[in-house]
Design a protein around this ligand. Structure first.
Ligand code: SF4
Length: 440
């Protein structure tokens, strides 16, 4: 490997945010500059108007490459750095398993300031967020990633605008519905499609999230273009989807691709997911999950469990449900992802599991310990046992590593109470451990 901080992302990848701004990768979102690739004048490159290739040698990404070659952690990569130090698998680890660029090539064709020849390192991997159109308003999300959030956002904050990386986004009411302008329709511009078609033949992997990608009409057109140009067979598609929709037409299109990886944002069953991912209906999503389970070999599905303060007590029940559910045996079927695919929600901080009071962290640690011991004694495949233990250990380690309680707990209580009222929901019914804190 080039160095201990090396990651292939800055050499072969390009990411587009839901508003079209180009960024290093989604992991960099928690860094100070949100990982945005900026021009000399401080504005960000945007896929609706700029040349995609120009963003690849902007100063910020050159600096990032240069620090990786030197083996230093760039502040842009703070999330991967923190996760690795907490014993979690970072995206950097994951990408290094996927992409094996020749060390010599990198050393030879990366200038000391991080400049690269883009013909030698073409973009092979895109991350495209086609706007913020979504039908869910998950508690850890917000208006920048979900248009379904607008109504509750205005009610909670009293503000008829929100901030995104491009600046202030005004909201207006039309036909009793809050709407934004055209900020999130960047993908309707022909400019972007002309730009991406320049690198069409070299594309190996496309990751799509939203909003909800399966609700975006242009996404289907894009898949069709890949099929029509006969490049689908070379491409791995990867999704983050809430799986509330799974139309037959997309299942048909997926048959033409090399592989389709579907990360279903399912982080609880029954009332737990209905609370965290309002207004999802568990029965509907379970039906789609079973449909996903029964797809051809080239379709690989997994349960993407976002660990928040709302569902952390539920994770062992969910794991138990998964490992004993024969109807979903094709979901998380690889050895490396043989149970669930979890990641912790770093932000917002008031929903981060580090916000919990000491005694609840202690209860969780004991609960995870007991469950791990129980799993060890059962007749389950070794790789499943190992995976369960690894998941629970990493969550425990992350949770206990830092304490956000004093700073963010009041915000957690305020936010939860206000949203519960607006949505006619109750955290204490979903998670009784919180009863002492929500007595009123
Ligand atoms: S190390 Fe992490 S944050 Fe940095 S570019 Fe790679 S994946 Fe993104």
């Amino acid at each position: 490997m080039v160095s201990d901080t090396y990651c292939p992302i800055p050499w072969i990848f390009q990411g587009v945010r839901s508003n079209g701004d180009i960024r290093v990768c989604c992991q960099a979102n928690i860094s100070e500059g949100k990982g945005l690739i900026l021009k000399e004048d401080g504005s960000s490159f945007n896929a609706s108007r700029d040349l995609l290739v120009e963003a690849r040698n902007a100063k910020m990404i050159k600096d990032l490459r240069a620090s990786m070659v030197k083996g230093e952690w760039s502040p842009v990569c703070v999330r991967c750095e923190q996760e690795e130090k907490a014993g979690l698998r970072s995206r950097r680890d994951y990408e290094n398993e996927q992409w094996h660029l020749e060390e010599n090539l990198i050393q030879k064709h990366t200038d000391s300031d991080g400049f690269i020849d883009t013909a030698i390192f073409p973009v092979e991997y895109y991350d495209l967020r086609f706007g913020n159109l979504c039908n869910l308003a998950c508690r850890m999300c917000g208006p920048t990633d979900s248009s379904a959030w607008y109504k509750d956002y205005v009610a909670l904050t009293g503000q008829e605008f929100f901030h995104d990386s491009s600046g202030k986004v005004p909201l207006t009411k039309k036909d009793n519905r809050w709407i934004s302008g055209s900020e999130y329709d960047w993908h309707s511009e022909d400019h972007f499609w002309n730009e991406i078609s320049k690198s069409f033949s070299g594309i190996k992997h496309i990751y799509m999230a939203g909003g909800e990608p399966l609700l975006i009409e242009r996404h289907y057109e894009f898949l069709q273009k890949c099929i029509d140009e006969n490049i689908a067979k070379n491409i791995i598609l990867e999704y983050n989807t809430n799986l509330t929709v799974l139309p037959d037409r997309v299942l048909k299109q997926w048959e033409s691709f090399k592989q389709v990886r579907v990360g279903a944002s399912i982080d609880g069953y029954g009332s737990v997911i209905e609370y965290q991912r309002y207004p999802i209906k568990w029965t509907n999503v379970l039906e789609n999950l079973k449909k996903l389970n029964n797809q051809p070999e080239n379709i690989l599905g997994w349960l993407a469990y976002t660990v928040t303060v709302y569902n952390v007590f539920h994770i062992t029940d969910f794991i138990e449900w998964k490992i004993t559910n024969a109807e979903l045996s094709n979901i998380n079927r690889t050895k490396r992802r043989s149970v669930i695919t979890h990641h912790v929600a770093h932000n917002p901080k008031h929903l981060n599991i580090r916000v919990l009071p000491e005694h609840l962290k202690g209860e969780l640690t004991a609960k995870f310990d007991n469950y791990s011991k129980n799993v060890l004694q059962r007749s389950l495949p070794d790789h499943v046992k190992d995976e369960v233990i690894r998941i629970l250990k990493s969550v425990t380690k992350y949770m206990n590593q830092e304490d956000y309680h004093r700073e963010f707990w009041p915000q957690f209580v305020r936010y939860t109470s206000s949203l519960d009222k607006l949505r006619d929901q109750s955290l204490t019914q979903v998670c009784p451990e919180f009863i002492p804190f929500f007595k009123e």
